[in-house]
Design a protein. Sequence first.
Lengths: 663, 132
Amino acid sequence: MTTTTLAVLVPLLPFLGAVAGLLLGRTAPGFVRPLAVLPSVVSLALAVLVAVRQGGDQAIDAATELTPTGSVPIELALHIDGFAALVAVLVGVVASCVQIYSTGYLRDDPRYPSYAALVSLFTSAMLLVVYSGDLMVLLVGWEIMGICSYFLVGHYWETPEARAASLKAFLVTKLGDIPFLIGLFALAADAGSFRIRTVLGTVASGGLDHPTLIALLLLAGVAGKSAQFPLHSWLPDAMAGPTPVSALIHAATMVAAGVYFIARLLPVFAASSAALLVLAVMAAVTMAGSALAAFAQDDIKRVLAYSTIGQLGYMTGALAVGDRGAAVFHLLSHGAFKALLFLAAGVIIHAAGTNSLAAMSRMKDLRARVPDAYWTMTVALLALAAIPPFSGFFSKEAVLGAAEHAATGHAEDIPGAAGWIVLVAGLVTALLTAAYAMRLWLLAFRGHGAEAPDHGRQPLAMNAVLWVLAVPSLALGLTTGLLPDWFDGRDLTPTLATSVLGTGVALVGGIVTYGAWRHTTALATRVPLGAVAAHPEGDAGLVEAEAIASHAPAYGNVASAPDPADPGRLLLGPLHRHAAVGFHLDAVYAALFVRPVQAGATLVRFLDREVVDTYVRGAGALPRLLGAAVRRAQTGNVQTYVSALLAGTVVLAVAALLVATGA
Amino acid sequence: MHLAYPAVLSALLFCTGLYGVLARRNAILVLMSVELMLNAVNLNLVAFDVWLSKTAQDTLHSGQALTLFTIAIAAAEIGIGLAIVLAVYRNRGTSDIDKLRDTAETGDGSDDGHDAPESAASTTAEKAEATA
């Protein structure tokens, strides 16, 4: 088979798997698991084959016209360069791992067939986005991912948290998608084509008339999808979905789609230095703010969600300084270790029967209950904190190196201010990242108090996947020498200055947190344990749903817990209260948008009920009165009716006679 | 025979029938009165047909043909009418027309649509009772 055929099969197979899974889910439950796992695994194998054949050389392009639109045609096009090939492999790896993990995680879930089909559909859409060479077809995949995310966040739709979170995720991302769509149209109008190749050619020849406007419009969609400030607030709430979904969609792939999109169209953004500055500021605010917020969260998954936002901030920061190689490198390594973190967190939540770090810190020997999750999560947290020699170190240093490169004015066309903003914010965030990673590890695995509950071993499917994902988290750093061949050819090896600085601040963050933890841990015994699942023997999905539902009743809200033993509370001081609620961004949105809309709705309702309806009722009053008078004649006696009929006939006959005789 | 005799007879018959329909309370008697009115019409048809065909060159005797139709239809109609009366009697225990006032406007008549489903429900319940 040609490489093009293989590449077409990559997104097609999970799509067919999703359709078959939805059709057969009820009638043939035995086929659901193979139909969920096999297409993902096969399409992973094909994606690897495509990547090997592409080999980082000239991009593979193929196109067939989909719709003659009269003006700008829409084409079913492939554009596979080194970025696309490698990101597709990442998507395949994470999707396969998540599908295998889900067979154990949602083992007893009655809605597993539709869940697995939606995950397959999501995988297919993401692969379409990655491979597509046409912006309209890319948008189709982009929106399918959005709707899959909506359905999967709302998987436990019995709980109000999940319902609210799914609606919020959908609305906030759509808020970004509308400017995104307009931006795509503006781009196509300037370039005369939706093909990425043609667009890039137009940009290279300077044919773009409104680069700043287009870049800012596209940026809105990217901010929504990739959870960048100020449209990031949906992602922490999306943790109400099942953990495998968080791992696949809200950590490794979908949220990276925005970053990938900018990486593909980087010349468009680079054509406008204003757009790059906006991107840099957005990345800096996102990075630093989300790292502070992550430090104050109590729900283990919300810590990871804010961490995801921060790491995506690193990627957009790398793009702001014009280095898409570093951005996609960080995307790849982050995808692997963040998926691992989430999946391990799912195992921990199942074993502990709670998602609350405060409750876990009051359990002794939780790490002995889940040795696989303990070791793999330690690896992933080290990668997250960018400690050498784990993968996160290399990719984060590539980002910081690129920022330093731009800040010292070595990069052409990139404003030096963007470089400085990204570099400073990146170093601050490196410190905070190490601090919250350390806090997470200490609270989850170094607890004191009652023995952790023993539910036996976790399912093999869940543990095996953790080790598979631990391999790239450990070893992806070795590929720094090879990756530039696949990317732009720019060097990705860490530079000495940023490496020393980055690792230094990370170590400081970790050690300070450790010290604070040693100081506060004595307070832990004063506050009892709370927020545990009602059915700890159930399957992991059920335990997680119950843990999320019990957090607010036990601790007052879903995000934080009043735990004096939390090192984050000591270190953040008065900032903790604000960081726990994401710096009141939701409250700001409520004041700016929700309340005006509700007030407007109340006004419209009043106008409709009290004003318009009054006129309608008034117009109906006279006919109703006449009708009431006529109804009195309806006695129900047939003979009365016939008498009236006779009288009428006589009157008519007499009248006819009089007229006929001319009287 | 002069046309006046059958015409007067049929007028008398029709008036008798009309009086019966308007004044009798028993549904069977009302039906019988209806038959009287029909037969008055039949009589008119035959009489006028004969009177008209006297002067005509050739005729189809359409009045008499129509009478045959009327008789046949009247037979069918009275069969159905009696069946309905029987069913009503079995159902209600009476065939007094004054008491069969289900179509009357009830209450203050403020809302038509509101009590319609109720009466429909009650008639279906009665039907179910009758078939049982």
